[in-house]
Design a protein around this ligand. Structure first.
Ligand SMILES: Cc1cc2nc3c(=O)[nH]c(=O)nc-3n(C[C@H](O)[C@H](O)[C@H](O)COP(=O)(O)OP(=O)(O)OC[C@H]3O[C@@H](n4cnc5c(N)ncnc54)[C@H](O)[C@@H]3O)c2cc1C
Length: 310
């Protein structure tokens, strides 16, 4: 028996990992290989579940999200990880330093918690946007710009991110139009013009499609801007309120962490999109591996010096 783990207490896990995407599975792989008793909660679809192919992850180029997850899950299970199809509803920090974790089916206790709950892309209220995701609606050219290269693009959404997005898109197409009701200052307009980006001061109200093809966007003023792909600068929000109940969060509900994924509460880590909104799959997986040694160290230290009951 490995004395440093919780395997001698049936009801206590070393770590509860909440979220079974790239970040959570990667953390779980490290922790199970470090012989920590780990439960992983899979509460539903991952952020990119609607796309047909993963890009920008060396070794997984062209895999489907389902293939990627299946491979990760079987690796974690092969080292003893216990994946539960449950949403975590509540986590309570106990005075003795342990955590009570309420899944939708049952409660467990864990010595440490890893939040890998991801984020939600808050799409503007434009009909058809959600349905077009993964086809002609895109959020980031890093993931799908190459697949629609050289086509006419329209970018819209958060004004503070639009100028940067418009410029960035010119790496993939020379036909980029930024559509926004926002009045950009003259310096921004001159810069966008310098990159060859057109600007239209108007509000996007709809997508015009023919079959499965996007042909233009419709605007509030009644005009149409021809395009075959739209890129949306959408706000992010935390996918779960668990972090807010456990540790310091920012105004959008994301856990505030140090470079090792540590939150303001000892024993709680946050990784992937749950703390870093710009993390791609490869960064999210890396963040899971990154915290692994620190979680193990915490478990070893607290097994030597358990927190006294208050
Ligand atoms: C349209 C689109 C396309 C993308 N394409 C790519 C790409 O090609 N390449 C790339 O590198 N990145 C891509 N991304 C980004 C990628 O999706 C994220 O980087 C990645 O999903 C982040 O991994 P994560 O593990 O942090 O979060 P996720 O993968 O979102 O996993 C979080 C998991 O936690 C679960 N969860 C949340 N709350 C709870 C709870 N309370 N209890 C239990 N489970 C919970 C969620 O259901 C989800 O399964 C794309 C994103 C979008 C939106």
């Amino acid at each position: 028996m490995n004395r440093n783990t919780s395997e001698d207490h049936d009801d206590i896990f070393d770590v509860a990992v909440v979220g079974a995407g790239a970040a959570g599975l990667s953390a779980a792989l490290f922790l199970t290989r470090a012989r920590r008793r780990t439960v992983i909660y899979d509460g539903g679809p991952v952020r990119n579940s609607m796309i047909s192919k993963i890009h920008e992850y060396l070794g997984y180029e062209g895999s489907t999200p389902a293939e990627f997850l299946e491979r990760g899950r079987s690796e974690v299970v092969s080292y003893g990880g216990e994946i539960r199809s449950e949403t975590v509803l509540k986590i309570e920090a106990r005075p003795d330093g342990l955590f009570d974790v309420w899944g939708s089916k049952m409660k467990i206790t864990a010595r440490a918690v890893v939040l890998a709950t991801g984020l939600v892309d808050v799409l503007p209220m434009v009909p058809g946007l959600k349905e077009g995701l993964g086809k002609y609606v895109h959020l980031c050219p890093c993931f799908s710009g190459y697949e629609v290269r050289d086509k006419p693009f329209v970018a819209f959404g958060l004004p503070e991110r639009l100028a940067q997005l418009g410029k960035f898109l010119t790496a993939w197409s020379s036909d980029v139009t930024v559509v926004s009701p926002h009045e950009f200052d003259s310096e921004t307009l001159t810069r966008l013009d310098g990159f060859g980006v057109k600007t239209v001061q108007d509000e996007v109200t709809g997508l015009v499609t023919e079959g499965d093809q996007l042909v233009s966007i419709a605007t509030a003023s009644g005009t149409e801007v021809p395009c075959e792909a739209v890129f949306v600068a959408a706000p992010f929000k935390a996918a779960s309120e668990l972090a807010a109940s456990l540790c310091e969060v920012d105004e959008a509900g994301f856990a505030v962490t140090d470079t090792y994924g540590r939150t303001s509460r000892p024993g709680v880590w946050a990784i992937g999109n749950a703390t870093d909104q710009l993390a791609h799959l490869v960064h999210s997986a890396a963040s899971g591996a990154n915290i692994g040694p620190w979680v193990v160290d915490y478990l070893l230290e607290t097994s030597l010096n358990p927190k006294k009951k208050e």
